[in-house]
Each structure stands twice: as C-alpha cells, then as structure tokens.
Design a protein around this ligand. Structure first.
Ligand code: PLP
Length: 410
C-alpha cells in the first residue's frame, strides 16, 4: 500500500529513484541480488512491531508465541537446507555473525589466520581497521603468485609457525574452489578451530553447485542476501556441540532484540532455496559467470584473474587499459553497468587495479546467454575505448535495451 507516499513524499521519491536505478542498471556487483516479492513483503509486516529478546520459550517480554514459531521454522529450515546440526538465524548481518563466532570461540588477543584482502578475503576476518583486527591477533595467507589460487602448502607452513586458535576460510572475491577438507586437515594439524565464511557462495552451496563446508568446518557463517537471495542479514551454522556457546555469543553477548521481520524473510528464502527453480538459478549463475569469463578472457588488455571462475564472480585485471580499477568501475557505471574496484592478488599497496563482476542479479533477471555475452562484449569495448563517445553512446543504448528486455521485478 502506498499510503506513506502522501505522508512522506521526500522519502518516497528517494525510494522511487532507487527502484528506477535498479531497473535501469545492469547490476554486476557480486554481492547483490533481487529478493522475491514474498521475501520483501514479510519485511513490511507487523512483525516489525514486536520485541523478541532471547530464544523461543525463554523470552524477556510476553506475547512471543507466534514469534517462537517463526524462529523455529526459520532455524529448522536453515538446518534442513544446509544439512547443519545447528543454526542460529538471529545475526543482523554477516559482520555480526562473524563477531558472534569470534566471541564464542576466542578470547581477546587470540590468534587468527585468514585470507588476505589482496587475495579476496573480507575485512571482518582480522583486518586492522575492523574490530576483528583490534580484538584479535591476525595473520593472513595469500595466493600462489603464478596460479593466483590458494597455496595450501604455504598456508600449512604459516599455520604451523603462527599457531592460530582459529583458521578462517572463505572470501569476498575469489573465483576458484576452496578445498574445505584441506583447510580441515591444516586446522587439525595445528589444533585450531576451522570457520568458513560462505557469505558469497551460500546460494551456490544451497543450490548444490559448489561443495558444502557445513559438515567439514566447526562453524560456518554467512549472509543471507547475496547468492542466497534472501533478506539482508546473517546466520551461523555449526556442529551441535557448539550450539549453546554460539547461542550465548549471539544473545546476550552481541545482540538484544531480533529483527523478527527479517527472520521471517530468511525462513521464506530458505524455503525458496529448496525449490527446483532455485537449483536451476544456481546452475545458471555459474554458467553466466563462466560465459563472461570466457568472453573477457579473449578481450584485449583485460586479464581474468586465475583465468576463469567456478562460482558467481570473477576479478578482471584492467591495468593494461591504463585505468585503475576505480576509473574502470566509474566508466562502466557511466554507461549503465555496476561493478566495483578490487585489489589484485599480487599488487603492492592499496591501488586497486582490478574490478570484480558477478552474475547473481542478471541471472535473477533471467538474462539469456546471448544477453550475458553481449554485456561481456560491451564491457570489453567500453574498457578499451574509454574516450570514444560514439562507442560509449552505442553501449549505453544497447544496455538500456537489455534492461527493458529483462526487467528487474521478480
Ligand atoms: N563475509 C564476507 C565473505 C562478505 O563478503 C561480507 C560482505 O561484504 C560479509 C562477511 C559482511 O556481511 P555484511 O555486509 O552483512 O555485514
């Protein structure tokens, strides 16, 4: 219902502007997606009015009978979807899921070993500018300089020298398989816990196109809004034996009231992810990314980091075009393609010579293979002819045609 349009036209217009932007942009930011109508609708339900502090059956305020049911549905569906012994669906975000896991498994000052940001790791895995790097003592592993893939022998050597209490696997910008079993063996070798942050690939794991870390790691964290296509939020999966300490670390140690409208939306998303259509979507996400990697691999002055992708994303080294990643991302956005600047594995310092692109959103928009190929070709043209106004105008027109052909509404 649009009642609030008249009450608050200023905000209404801003929201409309965002809706229009989403409709007209080819969204290749790898962490974004388009949630279903149901996932969006339940977030504006009456659930937003109710406080739920604590776990089902042990709340602080009365009147939580229905919310207890919702929480149990969401928790059970998360467990079923991922084959997990235990799930906590309360974390408000991926960052808060990670924060709770650290609180559950570590003491301040304990050592962490995680993937470097250059290799594609996330800053909540111990970077100095995040609470995780301020509270815990982190070292980072990178990738092999030739293959740009994880070098497990090197990670093992680092783990033996560093003796971390927690090893973190999982990335924001890494396009190859991560060998969960190999990480398990390294963690066991040095007596560390193994945490996997599968935020980016959760939908591909749920859809059965990537190996699941769930039975391998001690604990798995994730967001629910990336490839999984649910509401913005976080979750934690773990072995049963860690359930009580994780529950405690989420509430009361790091959160108070749950966002019940979001928990309900997570429950809807978990159910959607059980459907055959979701499996098809997951397969298509990867096929689309591989098609893009194939086209861009053939494009002059663009190098696909690691040579390809097995998941939803790829990183392009654009330095040979003479542009930084930031300039390339700005140029692409000016013609209607959203990407983001990205660090390259072997760069020194923090000048980003890469851009990251991902296919979840265009897959949710049902872009055909021909359309995906056309987008990849247009990326190549735009990056190679940044000053050719005629080419840029043609690209802009072609991209607008595609956004009309494949609408953003689901
Ligand atoms: N973990 C990984 C691997 C991520 O890529 C992200 C998102 O950028 C997060 C955690 C953080 O999630 P959120 O933005 O929900 O805090």
């Amino acid at each position: 219902n649009n009642d609030w349009q008249a009450q608050d036209p200023e905000l209404w217009q801003a929201v409309q502007a965002e809706a229009t932007r989403q409709e007209h942009v080819i969204e290749l930011i790898a962490s974004e997606n388009i949630a279903s109508q149901a996932v969006r609708a339940v977030q504006s339900s009456v659930l937003t009015n109710k406080y739920a502090v604590g776990y089902p059956g042990a709340r602080i305020y009365p009147g939580n009978e229905a919310l207890d049911r919702i929480d149990e549905i969401a928790r059970t569906r998360a467990q079923d979807l991922f084959g997990a012994e235990y799930a906590n669906v309360f974390p408000h975000s991926g960052t808060q899921a990670n924060q709770a896991v650290y609180a559950a498994f570590l003491q301040p000052g304990d050592r962490i070993l995680a993937m470097s940001e250059h290799a594609g790791g996330h800053f909540t895995h111990g970077q100095a500018h995040n609470f995780s790097g301020q509270l815990y003592d982190a070292q980072f592993y990178g990738v092999d300089p030739t293959t740009e893939c994880l070098d497990y022998a090197q990670i093992e050597r680092q783990a033996r020298a560093w003796h971390p209490r927690l090893i973190i696997a999982g990335a924001s910008a890494y396009s190859q398989l991560i060998d969960w079993e190999r990480f398990r063996a390294i963690a066991d070798d040095v007596g560390a816990y193994l945490m996997v942050d599968m935020a980016h690939i959760a939908g591909l794991v749920a859809g059965g196109v990537l190996p699941s870390p769930v039975s391998v790691a001690d604990v798995v964290t994730s967001t629910t809004h990336k490839t999984l296509r649910g509401p913005r939020g976080g979750m934690i999966l773990a072995k049963h034996q860690y359930g009580a300490q994780i529950d405690q670390a989420v509430f009361p140690r790091s959160q108070s009231g749950t966002l019940e409208q979001i928990v309900a939306a997570k429950a809807i998303a978990y159910r959607e992810a059980q459907q055959p259509a979701f499996r098809q979507y997951a397969v298509q996400v990867v096929q689309n990314a591989q098609l893009m990697a194939h086209v861009l691999h053939e494009t002059p002055n663009i190098r696909v980091v690691t040579g390809g992708t097995v998941n939803h994303e790829l990183t392009l080294d654009v330095r040979a075009t003479g542009m930084t990643g930031a300039a390339a991302a700005d140029l692409l956005y000016s013609v209607g393609i959203a990407t983001n600047k990205e660090l390259l594995p072997l760069e020194n310092g923090n000048t980003m010579g890469g851009i990251r692109i991902g296919t979840p959103t265009i897959t949710s928009r049902n872009f055909s293979a021909t359309a995906v190929q056309e987008v990849a070709e247009l990326i190549g043209t735009v990056l190679n002819y940044p000053h050719d106004e005629a080419k840029l105008t043609t690209a802009r027109g072609a991209l607008q045609r595609l956004t009309q052909q494949f609408p953003a509404t689901r």
